[in-house]
Design a binder for this molecule. Structure first.
Ligand code: ADP
Length: 384
């Protein structure tokens, strides 16, 4: 292909992020974000994409540039229907509409972004890359919840998993860091950003993940609870008199780190711990305890683990979280090297001790590059 550029669009409910990537070099030619869509200045997603288009044109990379090969869209929920990067047409958009009940916050924004981009460049191939897709290989034993089967089927209740683009990218990059092929290694990926999830990747295929029907399950997150006993919800409704939307808001927006201590930024929590703040300390401890528990569980799921990879904002930057969550795991063959762990770098790097049976690594994620690569490959483009 002579057109080697991919525009990656990540359309959220109130923001539109973009990156223009040249697949021959992996260079970012342009990137940016339009925020506060629908809150005044930027009326809607059509307006937001017009701004992106103008910014690209001003940088010499207009949307009409013949070197643009494809637009890659981040899509959150693919259900059981979309397990691969998918060339978008009317039928695909209609199928995505049907999945809105599974992701009411995310899929409508994704669809709007897609429709606006298609209206602007109807002739250009556009590809949706789903956050759930990498988890489609999870076996039924791990994907099914043990609830009434007919009810589960009727409402499409199962574990879908999210952050799949990141888990896919990071598990492969971890294998590369170890000088191995993805098919040769078992990796536990810990994606710790505002949202957080763990996955167990066996020889390149995902076999379990911590997020479930929605991105609420699993690890402790910035504002989300992660795992709770579902009976907490009944209790809040029956005893606390709370409505279902109120409980939804509580668990999604006022829980996790922010619920435990009032802050969701790990830097601020670290600073408060330094001052002897007890609630910040507790939030940190709950957060790290949950990670450790999942590492143990996924070690059992995989049988043999070659590497544990920390990624995303907290995973890439917080030596304290890495140290606390890996502490005491010597029996699983996990030994950090404190000096390597403390070293700051933006490069993928091993932070375990030389005699650690399991390699522990920090591997920066790059979801945009992964979306671009998948979209470009679908069109037959070979990436460097
Ligand atoms: P998102 O899920 O929004 O993509 P990121 O992966 O960018 O989030 O992660 C954001 C989080 O990363 C912040 O809330 C903050 O807690 C954490 N973070 C960023 N930089 C640091 C740092 N230097 N030390 C500790 N935590 C950090």
């Amino acid at each position: 292909m002579t057109a080697t550029r991919v525009l990656v669009l990540n359309s959220g409910s109130s923001s539109l992020k973009y990156q223009l990537i040249d697949m021959a070099t992996h260079n970012r030619l342009a990137q940016g974000i339009v925020e506060r869509i629908g809150e005044g200045e930027v009326a809607d997603h059509t307006e937001a994409l017009r701004i992106v288009s103008a910014e690209l044109a001003a940088a010499g990379h207009g949307l009409d540039d013949p070197r643009l090969a494809v637009i890659g869209h981040r899509a959150v929920h693919g259900g059981t229907r979309f397990t691969e990067p998918t060339l978008i047409d009317d039928e695909v958009v209609a199928e995505m509409q049907k999945l809105v009940p599974l992701a009411p916050l995310h899929n409508p924004a994704n669809i709007t972004g897609i429709e606006v981009a298609r209206a602007l460049r109807p002739d250009l191939p556009q590809v949706a890359v789903f956050d759930t897709a990498f988890h489609a290989t999870i076996p039924e034993a791990a994907a099914r919840y043990a609830i009434d089967a007919a009810t589960a089927d009727r409402f499409q209740i199962r574990r879908y998993g999210f952050h799949g683009t990141s888990h896919a990218y990071v598990s492969r990059a971890t294998a590369a860091l170890l000088g191995r092929a993805p098919e040769e290694v078992n990796v536990i990926v810990l994606h710790l950003g505002n949202g957080a999830s763990a996955s167990a990747v066996e020889q390149g295929r995902c076999v379990d993940t911590s997020m479930g029907l929605t991105p609420l399950e699993g690890l402790v997150m910035g504002t989300r609870s992660g795992d709770v006993d579902p009976a907490v919800i009944f209790h809040l409704a029956r005893t606390g008199g709370m409505g279902i939307d109120e409980i939804d808001g509580l668990l999604n927006k006022r829980s996790g780190l922010v619920g435990l201590c009032g802050d969701n930024d790990m830097r601020e929590i670290g600073r408060r711990i330094g001052e002897g703040d007890a609630s910040a300390r507790l939030a940190f401890d709950v957060y790290c305890h949950r990670i450790r528990k999942y590492v143990g569980a996924f070690t059992a799921v995989l049988g043999e683990v070659d590497a544990i990879a920390f990624t995303a904002g907290v995973g890439e930057n917080s030596a304290a979280v890495r140290e606390a969550s890996m502490r005491g795991l010597g029996a699983l063959g996990i030994e950090l090297d404190p000096v390597r762990n403390a070293l700051r770098s933006t490069a993928a790097r091993v932070i375990s001790a030389d005699d650690s049976r399991v390699a522990v690594a920090v591997v920066p994620t790059d979801e945009e590059l992964e979306i671009a690569t998948q979209a470009y490959s679908l069109l037959g483009g070979r990436t460097s």
